[in-house]
Design a protein around this ligand. Sequence first.
Ligand SMILES: C[S@@+](CC[C@H](N)C(=O)[O-])C[C@H]1O[C@@H](n2cnc3c(N)ncnc32)[C@H](O)[C@@H]1O
Length: 129
Amino acid sequence: MKASSNGVRQIVIVGTGLDGRAFRLPLPTDATTFEIDRADIFELKGTLLTEAGLLPHCRRQTIAADIADPEWIAALSLGGWQHDQPTLWLLEGLLIYLSVDPRTFRVETLRGAGGLQCVTYSRWDRAPE
Ligand SMILES: C[S@@+](CC[C@H](N)C(=O)[O-])C[C@H]1O[C@@H](n2cnc3c(N)ncnc32)[C@H](O)[C@@H]1O
């Protein structure tokens, strides 16, 4: 919410799972959450959201992509994400699943994207220095 009050309108939730921020937070209507995960997760999430009758408070774009594949950034762009606009990146409960070096993921993949990053690490031996 602090990022949105500072003007950030793009929130990229990588490995979103069943994250419900778009539905439970009073985000500005001109903000967009870009949710990235596997297609089968979105099938499940879609079913649960329909059953619960929930609607997002802001624009919501789902991106079915494997982030182990570097092309996921291209898929994100196709989904409407603008690399030159401030972005809040959320990577929670995700990096433990990846075989890539978390430092590479944070610094190289998101290089030049701007904005803020919020990352959780589950294992200290894989945390960046
Ligand atoms: C433990 S859940 C965390 C979900 C949510 N971020 C949270 O904190 O509650 C990890 C999520 O990352 C997704 N994930 C893991 N590896 C992935 C990959 N290579 N590409 C896309 N999503 C992936 C899983 O499908 C799962 O939904």
